[in-house]
Design a binder for this molecule. Sequence first.
Ligand SMILES: *Cc1c(COP(=O)(O)O)cnc(C)c1O
Length: 386
Amino acid sequence: MIPYGRQEISQQDIDSVVEVLKSDFLTQGPKVPEFEQKVAGHVGAAFGVAVNSATSALHIACVALELGEGDWLWTSPLTFVASANCGLYCGAQVDFIDIDPNTYNLCPDGLERKLEKARAENRLPKVVVAVHLCGQPCDMARIKALSDRYGFRVIEDASHAIGGKYQGEFIGNGRYSDITVFSFHPVKIVTTAEGGMAVTNDPELAQRMDLLRSHGITRDPARMTHEPDGPWYYQQVVLGFNYRMTELQAALGVSQMNRLDSFVARRHELAARYDGLLSELPIITPWQHYDSYSGLHLYVIRLKLDEICVSHRQVFESLREQGIGVNLHYIPVHTQPFYASMGFAPDDFPEAMRYYRDAISIPMFHGLTFDQQDAVVAALKQALKV
Ligand SMILES: *Cc1c(COP(=O)(O)O)cnc(C)c1O
């Protein structure tokens, strides 16, 4: 089976992890800060807070932005459930903005219309999570302008987008948002097995997230309510969690980050090759913004169902039967039973539903060979019966 995504592990990666195993620190040592500086430095953010997953990073980002009961978090329905769940963890309510049919990201016009309506009803969101689906950046300049006008904070869920650029600058530099979150799950562009990071330019937010990832405990006298009782002393000053990343993960991350640019370049090479090989087929290939450089975490095709005599499901099943590990990113979050029970109906977000009925993620990862790619294309032709 050719999977839709797969990690790339080098001997250098393995050696880095083994070195940590032989060292004094398996957790809370020097590798986590090194990894944080490496990621923040690369993307152009002032601070990085490494945690055990992007889900945890989204959670502490929301807490740091003081999202709570009575507040609203808005995001795209076309994302992994974690982009929305983080709002519920904080006791806030969640709502969605339908996608733009070209970018598959939340539609800025739709966002503006919904904000206008929400202002009249006095239920403006406190936080908007902008998800860069497949690595294609959202229209961040527009979202930032709306955030200034309507007073919400912005988190970029860049789980698909590390190494990508928006207007010539790395995603994560914080020009248009408060906090950006990356995921290091093995299917993503860079991996630490499990892991995530929140980056920001705001020292206050960075400090809060640093406290939140480790029980709300500080050993810094400057952050305590009184002088330390002695050298053993620490204080819990807020309610935090144990969301720490291990040294093993951070060592793997540091080593992987050395190859980030080549990871993304290889994805672009593969995408350009797919674009050519698939151009004659009754499908829509991914749209790319002229002023953006996608991280290309995913390569999503959309079937032109009115031009073929097979169904979406038949194409999907045929590809799986032919050993192509295709997937579907994502089942619109608002249709998940947990969200449907809050009152969302499928057709509340029709563009996301249209996407769900004809989208397929085909293999896209660093180690995919041209021969494997040709096999994917041949299998797709077979599946489409063209
Ligand atoms: C993978 C992913 C997450 C969650 O990442 P974890 O590191 O697995 O917690 C969140 N949002 C998006 C868009 C993702 O793709």
